[in-house]
Design a protein around this ligand. Structure first.
Ligand SMILES: [Zn+2]
Length: 172
């Protein structure tokens, strides 16, 4: 059975809720607001990948005055994860790409993406029904304001776009 537009939107929003929750947890609560209305703290933490002098690290820049993980008591930088590497360790050097990728998934970046996707879903659901092409100038889609079936193609189009935002199998 094909999922309805409402079911697809609900599944997407649950996924976004999960992404938002995990990003908030990873950020050390340096974003503020309520679900769907968050804002990053202006001087919030920022994740970066570093390969300084052979040590590959995923770092979080800890801004002054923000909540800190209990194990981080000093300095402005904390290590999320690291891999010591000398220049002869090809696999160690290979980690740089993974670390850079992880840094690109910075909680603030993820939260910004979640916000954009929420807006995208809202706008897709607000797409109006249009004219049905009958070869004679067209007529209003009977779906407008009723429960009649859409004939203008809007529902099929919105359903297909929403489905693109979901993985084939959604983790619960
Ligand atoms: Zn329609």
């Amino acid at each position: 059975m094909t999922a309805s537009i409402a079911e697809l939107a609900d599944a997407i929003r649950k996924q976004l809720d999960k992404d938002e929750s995990l990003a908030r947890e990873a950020s050390g609560d340096t974003v503020v607001g309520t679900p769907g209305h968050w804002t990053p703290a202006p001087d919030g933490d920022e994740w970066v990948a570093s390969d300084y002098q052979g040590d590959v690290e995923l770092l979080v820049a800890l801004r002054p005055g923000l909540p800190r993980p209990p194990q981080v008591t000093s300095g402005y930088w904390g290590v999320v994860c690291e891999d010591g590497s000398d220049h002869s360790d090809a696999e160690g050097w290979g980690l740089r790409a993974q670390f850079r990728h992880a840094a690109r998934q910075d909680p603030a970046t993820t939260l910004a993406r979640v916000g954009r996707l929420r807006t995208l879903v809202t706008r897709m659901l607000a797409e109006p029904h249009g004219l049905v092409d009958d070869g004679a100038g067209g007529y209003d889609c009977p779906r407008r304001g009723t429960s009649a079936a859409c004939q203008c193609g809007r529902d099929e189009r919105v359903r297909a776009y929403l489905a693109l935002l979901l993985p084939e199998t959604t983790e619960t």
